[in-house]
Design a binder for this molecule. Structure first.
Ligand SMILES: [Mg+2]
Length: 175
């Protein structure tokens, strides 16, 4: 019943994941959620730590792509500060827009991973697009109102997955 919610990997935050991890598991392309994965939904430009992390990921040779359900002006403002390609209004958990991103950028599903903080959008979307997904915990406590409802469903499912040992921590992975 819960298999569609089981992420490939789990981390407390994208900031704790060593950039070398992705290459070590054969990932070349990283689709990164914005709100509560990289920064608060209130920020229109990347925080200093986001800038540092994104640069380190690029230095690893990874193709980065910002994938957000949020509206155009905010996502555009954030991504263009880093010269990153992006998709706003991505409609996660639906996968049709993500699949288009994969084909347009020639990203092989087997070499692509989505990183995001939500089960109801990020994990479901990745599963439908048949790509791997790294689930994180939210990095700030506040959510945009559109996310609040998702969290009602997210919390108990996440608790269940943790209890059942289904959240595989990225640090324990040796592939
Ligand atoms: Mg998010």
């Amino acid at each position: 019943m819960f298999t569609c919610f089981v992420p490939t990997y789990h981390a407390t935050s994208i900031y704790e994941v060593d950039p070398s991890f992705y290459k070590a598991v054969g990932v070349k392309n990283l689709l990164i959620d914005l709100d509560n994965t990289l920064d608060s939904y209130r920020l229109f430009v990347p925080s200093e730590r986001a800038v540092i992390l994104l640069k380190r990921l690029q230095d690893e040779g990874l193709n980065l792509y910002i994938l957000s359900n949020n509206h155009g002006p905010r996502v555009a403002s954030y991504a263009t500060k880093m010269n990153l390609p992006y998709l706003h209004s991505a409609r996660k958990p639906f996968a049709f827009k993500v699949k288009k991103v994969l084909s347009e950028n020639k990203f092989l599903p087997s070499e692509t991973m989505l990183v995001g903080d939500q089960l109801m959008t990020d994990v479901l979307c990745a599963k439908k697009a048949k790509i791997r997904v790294l689930l994180t915990e939210k990095i700030v406590t506040e959510d945009q109102w559109t996310t609040v409802v998702n969290r009602w469903f997210d919390r108990p499912i996440r608790r269940h997955l943790k209890k059942k040992g289904l959240l595989k921590e990225w640090v324990t992975v040796h592939e």
